[in-house]
Design a protein around this ligand. Structure first.
Ligand code: C2G
Length: 465
């Protein structure tokens, strides 16, 4: 046995380990050439396949295949000896030591970028295969999604600008009630060339999908008409202000086989999605409480004189509900502690009770500012998301022993909209009518609190004598 172990040790040491990394989306001849050239440098090839959150945090938004599918495709190559998943920025340096790597190899499109790894191993830049790329394959294999914008708000131009970073998307049309405003918006606009002040005419144009950002009270009717016109819908939340309207829209989307997604961009950010992967490992034990605060001094103008006002709960609780519901699930009870002024809630403390007695504590306000952080508390530790948690790029897993803190950084580019646009359009291209990052039950969950609150504001029907 000892002889075997010694000879194994010598064999392993004589073995020349080569490592390379990549997304390997829609595996093509350029990838294969690179992998074969890397293997030829040694006799043991490790391939690091990037996971989707790491890819998205480094600006690769349009990856089509899941991490699992891409790992399997590389594992199927008989000349690849080991496959690992690359999940974060500094992993390469850690891997050089962990796997006692002799050569780090990568395409020469990265020339110079990985020179720092010469500190740990020998870096080789290999010739890239011209004329083929995953981006090119995506353009060839997927239709371009044409999107129209509904409403002319503070984020309209940002949405159009951000869509430029997503492949196979064209945003070139807008509808809004105010024709003069539409005319001046499209006049010198590089992207949005066509303007409408008639919604039916707008829906009759060759667009596949719409992004709705109007007064909250109009969302329902704009969504309904778009779905009936065969368009996919991405709409600012809330989707609807009353329970039966939400139910009607979700079943209409299902019937029309169209995608209906709430535009809660937090749900699509890399760090936010990584957070749930870490939670699922049980790293903080059983979750007992989720606390999240979101405040903004931005106030919607009051158009509707209905009992439903556009205060803190309707404007902001979708975000806190997203975190509370994704972690704790559907609440068993909801209690409101609103502060009201001018007939609407400028601030609302929303306490929800969940299975196993876990508590959700959400604080939303439009009439005051507070610290916008979030804490997920468990029996072994807790996750702290610094303000603004809803645009999170980092979170920490903390324990009683402060030396054991784990820090996770997942950058994202721009204002975050491109991740939502990429998810929305890639689902349409792949014929999917629901997102894993924001499922239909998530959409019900993020609207549940505000619908209950609006319900509680309804004038009570006088009991017939
Ligand atoms: N490649 C190539 N020829 C092509 C396309 C890609 O040689 N026509 C090489 C790339 O240079 C890279 C590998 O194939 O070495 C994987 O390419 P991608 O899947 O595009 O991955 P990439 O974004 O380059 O990630 O941590 C990830 C690494 O930074 C590389």
């Amino acid at each position: 046995m000892l002889f075997f172990l010694i000879s194994k040790g010598i064999e392993m040491k004589n073995k020349k380990t080569v490592i390379t990394y990549g997304t390997y989306d829609m595996l093509h001849v350029g990838h294969m050439n690179l992998l074969k050239r890397a293997k030829a440098l040694g006799d043991y090839l490790i391939v690091g396949v990037t996971d989707e959150n790491y890819d998205r945090s480094r600006g690769k938004l349009n990856v089509v295949e899941s991490t699992k599918k891409r790992v399997k495709a590389i594992e199927a190559l008989d000349f690849v000896d080991k496959v690992i998943v690359e999940t974060h920025k500094n992993q390469k340096a850690e891997d050089m030591v962990k796997y006692d790597v002799d050569i780090f190899a990568i395409g020469d499109d990265w020339k110079g970028y990985f020179d720092y790894l010469n500190e740990y191993t020998h870096v080789e830049y290999l010739p890239r295969t011209e004329g083929i790329s995953s981006t090119k394959l995506r353009k060839e294999n997927f239709d371009t999604i044409k999107m129209g914008l509904v409403g002319l708000g503070k984020d309209t131009q940002a949405f159009a600008d951000e869509s430029q970073f997503v492949s196979n998307v064209k945003v070139n049309r807008i509808y809004a009630k105010d024709f003069l405003a539409v005319k001046s918006f499209t006049k010198d606009n590089e992207l949005i060339k066509y303007g409408h002040d008639n919604y039916d005419e707008f829906l009759d144009t060759p667009i596949d999908a719409v992004y709705i950002d109007t007064q909250l009270s109009e969302h329902y009717i704009y969504i309904k008409k778009a779905l009936l016109a065969g368009k996919h819908v991405l709409c600012e939340n809330p989707i609807a202000l009353e329970k039966d309207e939400l139910k009607e829209l979700l079943s209409l989307a299902k019937k029309e086989k169209k995608l209906l997604l709430s535009a809660v961009k937090t749900a699509f950010l890399p760090a936010f999605n990584q957070l749930f992967k870490e939670l699922d490992t049980g790293v903080i034990g059983d979750v007992k409480e989720v606390r999240a605060t979101r405040t903004s001094l931005y106030k919607e103008k009051h158009y509707s004189d209905s009992f439903i006002k556009q205060g803190a709960t309707n404007i902001l609780s979708s975000y806190t509900s997203l975190l509370v519901n994704k972690v704790l699930g559907k609440p068993k009870s909801i209690t409101f502690f609103p502060q009201e002024e001018d007939g609407y809630d400028i601030n609302n403390l929303i306490v929800t009770k969940h299975k196993n007695g876990a508590l959700g504590i959400a604080n939303v306000a439009v009439g005051m500012k507070s610290e916008g952080d979030a804490v997920i508390s468990g029996t072994k530790g807790y996750i702290y998301i610094p303000a603004p948690w809803w645009l999170t790029k980092k979170f920490e897993v903390r324990f009683e022993d402060t030396h054991k803190t784990l820090v996770f950084n997942y950058e994202f580019e721009g204002c975050g909209l491109r991740y939502m646009i990429a998810e929305f359009t890639s689902l349409i291209q792949r014929g999917k009518n629901k997102s894993k990052m924001l499922t239909p039950s998530d959409i019900v969950g993020i609207n549940r609190v505000l619908l209950e609150y609006n319900d509680s504001k309804k004038p009570k029907k006088k009991k017939e004598k």
